[in-house]
Design a protein around this ligand. Structure first.
Ligand SMILES: [Zn+2]
Ligand SMILES: [Zn+2]
Length: 329
């Protein structure tokens, strides 16, 4: 049996293409016309464990600017699926140089340029950002040459293809203002993810509104300090007892390597309870749990993340999912 639907399929393709372009234009409008709010998208919300979710990536639209905070595996595809106008991306901010926070950087450099990014992409982050940016450019050199050759220099402006690496030094337990333009202030502050150092959280402030990203950290005083009275705190969270259980199972099954790695990772992250304590101590309005390990693909796991938290933190609590949107207005 065969079903032949060429006409309908063609219509569907046209409709789908129109829909995508319309969504893209709508987001562009939101990006460029909303000069009041901080709009935050949790694009990638998983820690580096098996999942259909993308790894860490948070997008902020504020006063016409399109900022990307971390860009882990799968993040660029998710941004495309969400119809973000990648050609408009202004700057990337990296928290630290674990692969789940930057491994999609070459693809972001590449796709945003293919789609029309008019200038080099600035990449701000800790020492090491220079090597990662230059390494990405080397990785992409042949690919970029093919695009120029195929589509022409006018369409593919090779002068805009690269990056502007911006390594910043943040004092231990201190902070540094890393962006201060058009009323937008972005501060990088030191957090606790030893032995990984430097490692930043970021604070985004605009028109009296404040959003804080914890980065990867164990419970940390600097996160509490910078989150004081924030409208939104996006904090990492790990169910350590579940990860420990998985570690034990790995050991029982003779996989000592995985057992050790899983044991180690519980040392430098926060539990959901600690994230709630941070939110309570800082007096934030809304807490979003992010960088989730394990990923709450099943309801029973999702429940474990939020169970009992309202006793610790009285504000709003949400469990991030890929593509969730938060408007601070
Ligand atoms: Zn990390
Ligand atoms: Zn991470």
């Amino acid at each position: 049996m065969m079903i032949y639907t060429s006409q309908n399929s063609a219509d569907l393709v046209t409709l789908s293409a129109k829909g995508q372009l319309k969504s893209n234009a709508e987001l562009r409008e939101e990006l460029h016309n909303n000069t009041e709010d901080i709009i935050v998208y949790t694009v990638g919300t998983s820690a580096p464990l098996p999942s259909s979710r993308a790894q860490t990536c948070t997008v902020v639209f504020v006063n016409g600017k399109f900022f990307v905070f971390d860009v882990g595996d799968g993040a660029v595809q998710k941004m495309e699926n969400l119809h973000f106008p990648l050609m408009d991306v202004d700057e990337v901010f990296l928290t630290h140089l674990h692969s789940d926070h930057f491994i999609d950087l070459p693809y972001l450099i590449n796709r945003s340029w293919q789609l029309g990014r008019p200038k080099k992409l600035k990449v701000t982050g800790p020492v090491g950002v220079q090597a990662i940016s230059e390494g990405s450019e080397l990785l992409l050199a042949q690919e970029h040459a093919y695009r120029v050759e195929h589509h022409g220099e006018k369409i593919m402006n090779i002068d805009a293809a690269g990056t502007i690496p911006n390594e910043v030094i943040v004092p231990s337990q201190g902070e540094l203002l890393v962006y201060n333009t058009d009323g937008i202030k972005i501060t990088a502050f030191d957090v606790g993810h030893e032995p990984v150092s430097p490692d930043f959280g970021y604070k985004i402030e605009y028109k009296g509104k404040k959003c804080v990203l914890s980065g990867d950290t164990s419970k940390n005083k600097n996160v509490i300090k910078h989150s004081a009275n924030a409208d939104l705190l996006i904090h990492e969270a790990m169910l350590k007892e579940v990860i420990s259980q998985v570690s034990e199972v790995a050991g029982e099954m003779g996989n000592a390597r995985n057992q050790k790695i899983l044991e180690d990772v519980t040392n430098y992250h926060s539990t959901n309870i600690e994230a709630a304590e941070v939110a309570a101590e800082a007096g934030v309005k809304k807490l979003v749990l992010n960088h989730l390990a394990p990923v709450p693909d099943r309801k029973v796991i999702a429940r474990l993340y939020t169970q009992g938290l309202s006793k610790i933190f009285k504000g709003d609590i949400a469990l991030a999912d890929d593509g969730d949107k938060f408007i601070i207005n």
